[in-house]
Design a protein around this ligand. Structure first.
Ligand code: AMP
Length: 283
């Protein structure tokens, strides 16, 4: 696997492929790859000739009290897994390559950054929008692949691409889960065995909401309360940041449920903050 650490280096590789008429796919990640990431890489490979996986733990999207320093990293393993899934190159820049001395330009997606995770992680989505814009400009992909796991990130990037006329197709892919329902996440490695067992409560809570809707409930607030109740019944849930019943594109709260609806939660299991969501079409 070709691991490239410089912007000039990855640009050169991409330019050579373009000259040969090849299409380019980009899968942005923070590394410590799991099946969720690999599903994006595999899909990218079926639709693009040359797949670039970026592995960059982006300091700009971490708050001062967050886990930037302890975020799990294993580049050798990532390189092997990415190659097996069909990637041609890993772009792994150092922070100073992306943010050299004097860096001061940011991308802000205004309203979509504010609710849900944005309310608890100030500056996070500005960091995400900025790094993704840079990656798009560096790699110039035809298509870029994102997981629905990070639903607010996905909505914001789709909005940003439209607002700034970025010439890239955003391909969203469904959440990959463990057999017991827990959404795969690099942060799951922080969980103790007991916490790992308790962590399935996020998905169980979302399913409770979905079941209520299926049974005819159309009041978003009542669905939200049922989801919250399920979370609160788990003793290892130490804090609930939000339970949201929203439109998946605008992230606006939905009081009366119809059309496309997303149930989303963020909660702490012990000290580990986890997010999850589920999409429902209400007729
Ligand atoms: P991360 O490395 O956590 O920044 O994630 C990189 C990309 O992988 C993002 O587009 C995520 O939404 C996506 N991703 C993370 N976990 C999953 C999952 N369980 N299923 C599908 N996609 C995922």
């Amino acid at each position: 696997m070709n691991v490239v650490e410089t912007i000039a280096g990855v640009r050169e590789l991409v330019r050579a492929e373009r000259r040969r008429g090849k299409s380019i796919g980009l899968v942005p990640t923070m590394g410590y790859l799991h099946e969720g990431h690999l599903s994006l890489i595999r899909r990218a490979r079926t639709e693009c000739d040359f797949v670039v996986v970026s592995v960059f733990v982006n300091p700009l999207q971490f708050g001062p009290q967050e886990d930037y320093n302890t975020y799990p990293r294993d580049l050798n393993r990532d390189a092997r897994l990415a190659a097996e899934a069909g990637a041609a190159v890993i772009f792994h820049p150092a922070p100073a390559e992306m943010y050299p001395e004097g860096f001061q330009t940011h991308v802000e997606v205004e309203r979509l950054s504010q609710g849900l995770c944005g309310a608890f992680r100030p500056g996070h989505f500005r960091g995400v929008a900025t790094v993704v814009t840079k990656l798009f400009n560096i790699v110039t992909p035809d298509r870029a692949y994102f997981g629905e796991k990070d639903a607010q990130q996905l909505a914001l990037i789709q909005r940003m691409v439209r607002d700034l006329n970025l010439d890239v197709e955003i391909v969203p892919l469904p959440i990959v889960r463990e057999s017991d329902g827990l959404a795969l996440s690099s942060r799951n490695t922080y969980l103790s065995p007991a916490e790992r067992r308790a962590a399935t409560v996020l998905y169980r809570a979302l399913l409770r909401g979905r079941d209520l809707i299926a049974a005819g409930e159309r009041d978003g607030r009542r669905v939200g309360e049922a989801v919250r109740g399920t979370l609160q019944a788990e003793p290892l849930v130490s804090r609930i940041d939000y339970v949201a019943v929203v439109d998946p594109e605008t992230l606006a709260e939905k009081a009366a449920l119809s059309g496309r609806v997303m149930l989303a939660v963020a909660a702490y299991i012990g000290k580990v903050r986890l997010i999850d969501n589920i999409r429902v079409v209400v007729d």
